[in-house]
Design a protein around this ligand. Structure first.
Ligand code: F6P
Length: 342
């Protein structure tokens, strides 16, 4: 059995742990592993390296990022490059390709599988928005980093009697903002699932100060949207992949609160710090379990599937189940989140 792997999309903590897990589990099964570099592009350009179990691979468990490199590929390029991809995999005698990535990567993997390439998916992302799995690796590490930042902002906010607006990642969903905000005891949390009204945000903070509190923390997901007509978001701009450029909504919200209330307001954008560095213990274990089970699925010929965590169990879902829709924060969690705000 010859397994090929690639990592694609934005990086996160735990990618290297999956690479290590697949190489070690494959060695156990007598299978060989090739790694394509820089995501899908490496597969098209046939940029690959052999991965062998040994000290270099073993050391990957703790290491952030991905030693294979990553990148994105446009949907149109999949169609254009299908034959090249098939030829490259056939020439290398690859039996199964394991694609490790988020929603975009898994959609690409599904398309390839639908077009005759044997693919298995491993879900990652700090956003935790892949459906069919309770958790993607990277999420727990990002929550830990964002929570630590919120914890630290409490002391400086209290000392200066300020409102601190903290912008965290989360383009489409608010899992990270919700968990970091709840864990950090934030006084307001804005997530994409609930359009925000800036008047209400100001009212909530003003009420808090009127009750004698001297500072406030507001956690904002980068992808929040206002209730229509209540906030000027400016003209949307898009990158070459058609993703809207997110232009620091936290700072804009901070400016408005500062201008409307007689309170000193500052903003902090956590940005890529949330994706960097070593994975938490939870993410190392999850990444390793995904790796072992993806390898087993490859050995068993379960192509067209994605390894997922359901409750305590690692199971296999179909690509349709995993990429059919985004996993958003459910109303019951939104209710728990809002119960203690203010
Ligand atoms: O990993 C997901 C994510 O962190 C989003 O929350 C964010 O919008 C995006 O990646 C940014 O990634 P990049 O700038 O690498 O495209």
């Amino acid at each position: 059995m010859h397994i090929a792997i690639l990592t694609s999309g934005g990086d996160c903590q735990g990618l290297n742990a999956v690479i290590r897990g697949i190489v070690r589990a494959s060695a156990d099964h007598g299978a060989t592993v090739t790694g394509y570099q820089d995501g899908w592009k490496g597969l098209v350009q046939d940029k690959k390296i052999s991965l062998h179990d040994g000290p270099d691979i073993d050391r990957l468990l703790l290491r952030g990022g991905t030693v294979l490199g990553t990148g994105r590929m446009k949907t149109a390029d999949f169609t254009r490059c299908l034959d090249v991809i098939k030829d490259n995999l056939a020439a290398a005698k690859v039996d199964v390709l394991i694609a490790i990535g988020g929603e975009g990567t898994l959609k690409g993997a599904k398309w390839l599988h639908d077009n005759g390439v044997p693919v298995i998916g491993v879900p990652k992302t700090i956003d935790n928005d892949v459906d069919s799995t309770d958790f993607t690796f990277g999420f727990d590490s990002a929550v830990a980093i964002a929570t630590d930042a919120v914890d630290r902002l409490h002391t400086t906010a209290e000392s200066h009697k300020r409102v601190m607006v903290v912008e965290v990642m989360g383009r489409h969903v608010g899992w990270l903002a919700m968990q970091a905000g709840m864990a950090g005891g934030a006084h307001d949390i804005l997530i994409p699932e609930v359009p925000f009204n800036i008047d209400e945000v100001c009212k909530r903070m003003s009420r808090r100060f009127a009750m004698g509190e001297t500072y406030g923390i507001i956690v904002v997901a980068e992808g929040v949207e206002p209730v229509e007509g209540t906030f000027d978001m400016g003209e949307p701009e898009y990158d070459s992949f058609g993703h809207r450029k997110l232009e620091g909504i936290g700072a804009k919200i901070a400016d408005i609160i500062g201008a409307r209330l007689d309170i000193d307001v500052r903003s902090t954008e956590l940005g890529y710090v949330q994706r960097g560095g070593t994975p938490t213990a939870f993410d190392r274990v999850l990444a390793t379990r995904y790796a072992v089970n993806a390898t087993r699925a490859a050995m068993n010929g379960n192509v067209g599937s994605v390894v997922v965590l359901r409750g305590e169990q690692i199971e296999l879902a179909s690509f349709e189940e995993a990429v059919g829709r985004l996993k958003t924060v459910p109303q019951s969690d939104i209710d728990s989140m809002t119960a203690l705000l203010g």
